[in-house]
Design a protein around this ligand. Structure first.
Ligand SMILES: *Cc1c(COP(=O)(O)O)cnc(C)c1O
Length: 360
């Protein structure tokens, strides 16, 4: 254990009302052992039209699932929070640590939009410290922007929408020098060529690593996100979350999916191959000015007329993300890697557009 972890006192950062909170005690948390007759939760004892077991409330702490996730990530189950998407984890962190109307959070745009929306919903001020021109963390500017009201710093790595990984040492240095919570959002880490920061959690007790089953794992529709952190932070998230925040169907489906790591790994390999193909092919078009390096399952490209290209693609029933009106992303489109067929269709459309424009 590092010195930092011995001196880190998370309780000091927690809102007064949360510190005083007596959490809801559900039927399933007051008795979770084995028994034969369950008459404690006002469920329908006859069954469920949706199928076996769905008449019963799910495990509020998702123990079986966390056991499996703990093994593959080399952490203890008590270091894992599971939520209704990682968006739930983001919202909980605001509610636990930021006093509305008083505290603030620091974000580094261009980045994932939910940090600011979640801050706004919770009436928490946002300090923005832009990324540098090459989309990296501006450490001196971040240091300067931190005040004694700053409770959370959000770092997205690989970053959405720019696609790049932040330098590991930059992230751990921020965690070392900041006495609030550093949230590292690794939604796209499975596509990156560097490992997760989960392995640095012991040395950075004020760090929360977010991941999700929505992207590489292919379960966006199930809504399951993860947070990894020290036991104290995870304990707080469990106290504040709605008791049954991950449905029984979702818990079952993710458990089954964890048996199919090989399938997911082979999809990831295919995405990376397709991603490189897309990047190579994009260079052929006159209207593409820059293709940024990416460690995610999307490509950010600067074009000379994002709105026109976007509309042209929509007319061809192809939807990409127009990011041209956000800071540092003028002219940029964000293109998610699809199946080989879908990517081919995109390239045909861009090829046609190229011809149309050449004939003008
Ligand atoms: C897609 C995405 C998420 C995922 O959110 P879920 O609620 O888990 O689906 C989180 N962070 C970033 C940066 C993303 O792009």
């Amino acid at each position: 254990m590092s010195e930092a972890s011995l001196t880190f006192d998370v309780q000091r950062l927690v809102r007064e009302n949360i510190r005083r909170l007596t959490p809801y005690s559900s039927a399933r948390s007051e008795f979770s052992g084995t028994a034969e007759v369950f008459l404690d939760a006002n469920e329908n004892a006859f069954g469920s039209p949706a199928g076996n077991h769905y008449n019963r409330y799910p495990d509020p702490l998702q123990k079986e699932l966390k056991g499996r996730i703990a093994e593959s990530n080399r952490v203890r189950p008590s270091q894992i929070f599971l939520g209704n998407g990682s968006d739930e984890a983001i919202d909980l962190l605001f509610r636990i640590f930021c006093e509305p109307g008083r505290d603030s959070a620091l974000i580094c745009p261009p980045t994932y939009g939910m940090y600011k929306v979640s801050a706004d919903i919770n009436d928490v001020e946002v300090n923005e410290v832009r990324l540098t021109d090459d989309f990296h963390l501006d450490l001196p500017a971040i240091r300067k922007a931190i005040t004694d009201r700053t409770k959370l710093i959000f770092i997205c790595s690989p970053n959405n929408p720019t696609g790049n990984l932040m330098r590991r040492e930059a992230v751990t240095e921020i965690a070392r020098h900041f006495d609030g919570i550093v949230v590292v959002d690794e939604a796209y880490i499975h596509f990156a060529d560097e490992p997760s920061l989960i392995s640095d959690l012991n040395g950075s007790p004020n760090m929360v690593v977010l991941q999700t089953f929505s992207k590489a794992w292919g379960m966006a529709g199930l809504r399951v996100g993860l947070a990894f952190a020290c036991e104290d932070i995870i304990g707080l998230m469990n106290r504040v979350k709605p008791p049954y925040n991950v449905s029984g169907i979702a818990q079952r489906a993710v458990l089954d999916a964890l048996d199919q790591v090989d399938k997911v790994a082979s999809w990831i390999r295919e995405v990376l191959i397709e991603r490189d193909k897309i990047r190579r092919k994009l260079t052929a078009f006159d209207f593409i000015e820059t293709i940024y390096p990416t460690q995610a399952n999307f490509v950010l490209a600067k074009t000379n007329d994002a709105d026109e290209i976007y509309r042209y693609l929509v007319d061809r029933q192809i939807i990409v993300r127009n990011r041209s009106n956000i800071d540092l992303c003028a002219g940029c489109l964000r293109i998610t890697v699809g199946t080989p067929d879908e990517n081919e269709r995109l390239m045909r459309a861009l090829n046609d557009l190229n011809k149309v424009r050449a004939n003008k």
